[in-house]
Design a protein. Structure first.
Length: 252
């Protein structure tokens, strides 16, 4: 256990030294939150498009606080983690881990702890800043949000492991990760609300994991209760991604 904690601590320090990972996990969600909350903060919670509430019955600034939390999770899973693993493989770090008898579960577990810590700090920072500047609401059901947050991290960490296992180089991981990240950002409701998207795009966008994460986090945040269907879907995505990631993972 001591060795695992030491590995996680070293990985956390390396994460914070990585400008690419830090910008997208900490700075980008905060900047987008401040901009979007300033623009849509005074929106009418009851405003609808095609019979759907644009901001799911919440104020725009509250909507984007929860959305930015989901975005920080996606940044860790789609950008930081795959690039980190692919970079380790290219630099021979993974081979040294294997030579030191570091088990796969310890490497995966350490990355999950690091990602969870960074995303949790980012989320707390954004929620506090939005509350101070815009007077946004704190989660109505903190435990429900915490459970959804944990499952979302497991889901996107598993997806990050899978990308890290499949993509051969850090450059490839960065390119594919950026494409996936910005596509899901624009379509999952973390940028434009899904209600304002064309109906066909809206239907297709709902299959994205980030769209499921957003609803799973927003429902308890807004006081709608725990969304067991979304939590179950996140658990299924986690298993579906983690199993092949473990099988396909290469140390060199």
């Amino acid at each position: 256990m001591r060795g695992f904690l030491a590995l996680a601590w070293v990985e956390l320090k390396l994460f914070l030294r990585d400008a690419f990972a830090t910008v997208f996990a900490l700075a980008f969600p905060l900047i987008t939150l401040l901009l979007l909350a300033a623009v849509f903060g005074e929106s009418d919670p009851q405003e609808q498009v095609d019979g759907q509430f644009i901001f799911r019955g919440a104020h725009g600034d509250d909507y984007y606080v929860a959305a930015s939390v989901a975005l920080a999770i996606a940044a860790v899973g789609l950008l930081a983690l795959p690039v980190h693993l692919a970079s380790y493989r290219g630099e021979g770090v993974l081979r040294r881990f294997r030579a030191s008898s570091v088990p796969t579960w310890a490497l995966f577990g350490a990355q999950f702890v690091v990602g969870l810590s960074v995303a949790a700090f980012s989320s707390l920072l954004m929620t506090t800043i939005a509350w101070v500047i815009y007077g946004t609401s704190w989660p109505a059901a903190p435990l429900g949000v915490a459970v959804a947050f944990l499952l979302a991290m497991l889901c996107f960490t598993s997806l990050g492991f899978l990308l890290g296992a499949l993509l051969p180089t850090a450059r490839a991981a960065q390119g594919i990760g950026l494409l996936l990240f910005f596509t899901t950002y624009m379509l999952a409701g973390t940028g434009p609300p899904r209600a304002v998207l064309p109906s066909g795009v809206r239907d297709i966008s709902g299959i994205q994991p980030l769209a499921r994460v957003l609803i799973a986090i927003q429902d308890p945040w807004f006081g709608f209760g725990w969304n067991w269907q979304e939590l179950g879907l996140l658990a299924c995505i986690t298993i579906a991604a983690l199993a092949p990631a473990a099988l396909l993972f290469r140390w060199d």
